[in-house]
Design a protein around this ligand. Structure first.
Ligand code: RP5
Length: 163
């Protein structure tokens, strides 16, 4: 199975990005986690992205905050799909990060999840890899079934409170 790269602009993003890591672990997907900054280490960003496909990666998840160019820069150097995770910020609540990631000019898409939506980035990466891996399709189906059962339990639980 191809690997997923979980890249973040700073170690201050790690607590959010661990939600993606947890999902990759859940689905049994191999991964690597690195701090690479579009602004502070641009050469490393180019090097990582331009060699990612040859190094066995199938998807890149990129988490960054503020003027969050990491996903776009990585996407510029690879044909692999890149999923951007806007990190919540103290000044604008992550709207700055969200718009920096989602408003890519035509030609270099970055699939963007919600602010701090790293869990969804992990699930989306699994769905992308599932196109080539039937075992992941089964795991994703089971995941959806578990969620449905969890909602059904919540529905049953509130019944005694509302009548
Ligand atoms: C971005 O700037 C990082 O992704 C992080 O979300 C934000 C702040 O970084 P630090 O100043 O905490 O290193 O590049």
């Amino acid at each position: 199975m191809k690997k997923v790269a979980v890249i973040m602009g700073s170690d201050s993003d790690l607590s959010v990005m661990m939600d993606a890591v947890e999902k990759l672990k859940h689905f049994g997907i191999p991964y690597e986690v690195h701090v690479i900054s579009a602004h502070r280490t641009p050469a490393a960003a180019e090097q990582f992205a331009s060699s990612a496909a040859d190094n066995g990666f199938g998807v890149i998840i990129a988490g960054a905050g503020k003027a969050a160019h990491l996903g776009g820069v990585l996407a510029a150097y690879t044909t692999l799909p890149v999923i951007g995770v806007p990190i919540k910020t103290s000044m604008m609540g992550g709207l700055d990060s969200l718009l920096s990631i989602v408003q890519m000019p035509s030609g270099i898409p970055v699939a963007t999840v919600g602010v701090n939506g790293a869990a969804n980035a992990g699930i989306l990466a699994a769905q992308m890899l599932s196109l080539e891996d039937p075992s992941l399709v089964e795991k994703l189906s089971a995941f959806k079934e578990d969620m449905a059962q969890s909602v059904a339990k919540k529905d049953a639980k509130i019944q005694s409170k509302v009548y």
